[in-house]
Design a protein around this ligand. Structure first.
Ligand SMILES: Nc1ncnc2c1ncn2[C@@H]1O[C@H](COP(=O)(O)OP(=O)(O)OP(=O)(O)O)[C@@H](O)[C@H]1O
Length: 264
């Protein structure tokens, strides 16, 4: 388990949670969304979770966040099963377009509730991001535009400073300046307060420069896992091109032909 460290103000520091899955399988009726996944996500690193539509990214993130139970296999977060685990629930934050927040309540009320639930909450960071996104605390969540709702989800997700912070397509609806505010703030705050970050996005070209670890899912299985620097060195076209190449290769594969599994 992670060892708590102390911040300058005496608060316990959010150390990153490591994540491990063994044989993780999730079925939705006849659809196998995750197919026996063995995966390790390193603690205190930024992992990019990449893959095409329907490859299983959201299912993996919601299962790691214990929003759903695996059909088979094991999930371990910071060495423990996250299911109904109070410590891990407090330390795990999955950001998905503000879906988990109170739509009829003012933003200020939402912030108060989240602050009371998150041991590592930063009032200062929340305030700075609210200002940067020009979000008015007196507005209700359901009165915001789509991009503003995503921005508010970013405020909540980053200010929570959760040891396991997962961002699932959180950029949806956000314009380019708002997305770069997210990236810049994430990097700056991560450097000062290391934690485990998992980021799923189709905007690979925008995020690949700060990824340290990469997982590419395809049809519910990891087809590539590895250090981003190594992958970049082996694929000068970048991660974006790599994901497109994988999709082309898979699309061209004859039905029934053996798959080329494993790390790149
Ligand atoms: N609630 C559900 N009921 C039935 N099938 C589901 C459900 N959620 C996901 N699936 C199926 O599981 C598979 C993986 O979906 P998932 O949402 O995890 O993919 P994704 O990689 O996040 O896709 P995207 O990039 O489009 O968001 C898909 O085939 C999808 O249709």
């Amino acid at each position: 388990m992670s060892t708590p460290q102390t911040e300058p103000d005496g608060q316990p520091q959010a150390a990153g949670f490591a994540v491990q899955t063994t044989g993780l399988t999730v079925d939705f009726g006849d659809t196998r969304a995750l197919d026996g996944i063995d995966l390790t996500l390193p603690a205190g690193a930024i992992t990019g979770l990449l893959g095409r539509n329907g490859s299983g990214k959201t299912t993996l993130l919601t299962t790691l966040a214990a929003h759903r139970r695996p059909s088979a296999g094991v999930v371990q977060v910071d060495g423990e099963n996250p299911w109904e685990n109070q410590r891990l629930m407090e330390g795990t934050c999955l950001i998905q377009e503000a879906g988990h927040l109170m739509k009829d309540e003012k933003l200020s009320q939402n912030l108060d509730v989240v602050a009371s639930l998150r041991p590592h909450w930063s009032e200062d960071l929340a305030g700075r991001l609210m200002d940067a996104y020009e979000l008015q605390p007196r507005k209700t969540l359901d009165s915001l535009s789509r991009g503003q709702r995503s921005a508010f989800a970013v405020v909540v997700g980053l200010a929570s400073r959760a040891p396991l912070t997962m961002l699932d397509e959180v950029h949806l609806g956000m314009d380019a300046p708002s997305r770069y505010t997210l990236y810049d703030t994430l990097l700056e705050d991560y450097a000062a307060h290391p934690r485990t970050i998992v980021m799923s996005s189709h905007l690979i070209g925008e995020i690949e420069r700060f990824l340290e670890h990469v997982v590419v899912l395809e049809r519910g299985r990891p087809v590539i896992t590895g250090e981003a620097d190594e992958l970049r060195a082996r694929h000068p076209g970048g991660l974006q091109e790599l994901v497109v190449e994988i999709a082309r290769h898979r699309g061209a594969r004859r039905p029934g032909a053996p798959e080329t599994e494993g790390s790149a």
